[in-house]
Design a protein around this ligand. Structure first.
Ligand code: GLV
Length: 327
């Protein structure tokens, strides 16, 4: 029997490739550092039964029109805003993602940014390296305390809840907004629900944990920054377009908020002339919230498992459009 044909859009850990290779004929883009060019990907897809994609690959009508035999797009990420899921569903193509395995790792990194931005860690590092540290001074690089402060979460899904659990260890009060109120988690963790504007007004630290959808695009913009405290620290590890980046830069520049920690951007990689990069009250990272070695390997193997399950006619662990599986 001929094996199904699969394309993997990046160099990924060998243990993940092996899972796919045992079940399929595999071709892959060999580079780890740059995404497959669009033309190359479009040349590959006509022959494919399965595609293992990354968040840097746009999977849209144009691509799927070229792939009559495509059965599965397995995205190596929890977010899947790079995929036109309704367009896949119309063609009965299964889409899968990699939730759960990265929850704690991303929550760790959100906390890392809350601490780094609140306590001005990166500005301090730059200060020492630049030879500016001449004496101890009382208010030198003084920041904001996490301990005892109020953390406001926008989004209380798996990752938001994991951040809330960490906050309890810092004796923070936690308030949250989510379109789906979770009274079970409120009771379990001792956290409180608020309307979104109340979260923005009351919180000392704000962390965003929502998927990118039309309803969350620029969810945080000028009006939302205006509601925040002057001492507020704002963190985004979700998706760049959830935040109006120009509004964020203006709020930071005007000292309308105290600081920000940003892992995701409206345009990635960030252009050199991005205004945020000129500010000393923002800590930036290159979309690495889930990037611990074990978690990235686990994400890759889970993406492989999702892909192979569908090719073998089984239910994948993480379908995004499960209606396609109900035949
Ligand atoms: C990373 O951003 C992911 O969605 O997994």
């Amino acid at each position: 029997m001929t094996k199904p044909r699969v394309y993997i859009t990046r160099k990924i850990p060998e243990e993940a490739v092996k899972i796919v290779r045992d079940a399929a004929e595999v071709r892959n883009w060999e580079r780890e550092d740059i995404p497959v060019p669009r033309e190359t990907l479009l040349r590959e897809v006509p022959r494919l039964d399965g595609l293992l994609s990354l968040l840097t690959d746009r999977v849209d009508d144009e691509l799927m029109d070229l792939a009559p035999d495509l059965k599965i797009v397995s995205n190596l990420a929890v977010g899947f805003d790079n995929i036109d899921v309704p367009a896949a569903t119309r063609r009965r193509i299964v889409v899968t993602n990699t939730p759960d395995v990265l929850t704690e790792t991303v929550a760790d990194f959100a906390f890392c940014l809350l601490l780094a931005a609140g306590r001005r860690l990166v500005a301090g590092d730059a200060y020492v390296r630049a030879g500016k540290w001449k004496t101890w001074a009382l208010m030198l690089l003084a920041g904001q305390d996490l301990y005892g402060a109020t953390l406001g979460l926008i989004g209380l899904g798996r990752i938001g809840s994991a951040v809330a659990r960490r906050a309890k260890g810092f004796e923070m009060r936690v308030i949250y907004y989510d379109p789906y109120r979770r009274e079970d988690i409120e009771k379990q963790l001792g956290i409180e629900y608020r309307e979104m504007n109340e979260v923005l007004r009351e919180a000392d630290f704000i962390s965003v944990h929502v998927p990118l959808m039309e309803s969350t695009r620029h969810l945080i913009s000028h009006d939302q920054f205006r509601l925040m405290k002057k001492t507020a620290v704002f963190v985004n590890t979700s998706r760049g377009p959830v935040v109006d980046q120009r509004a964020l830069a203006e709020a930071l520049q005007a000292r309308q908020i105290f600081a920000a920690g940003i892992d995701v951007f409206e345009k990635e990689p960030v252009p050199d002339d991005e205004p945020l990069l000129k500010l000393d009250n923002v800590v930036v990272a290159p979309h690495i919230a889930s990037a611990s070695v074990p978690t990235r390997v686990r994400m890759a193997t889970l993406a492989a498992e999702n892909l192979v399950a569908v090719l073998q006619g089984k239910r994948p662990p993480n379908p995004v459009n499960p209606e396609v599986l109900e035949r």
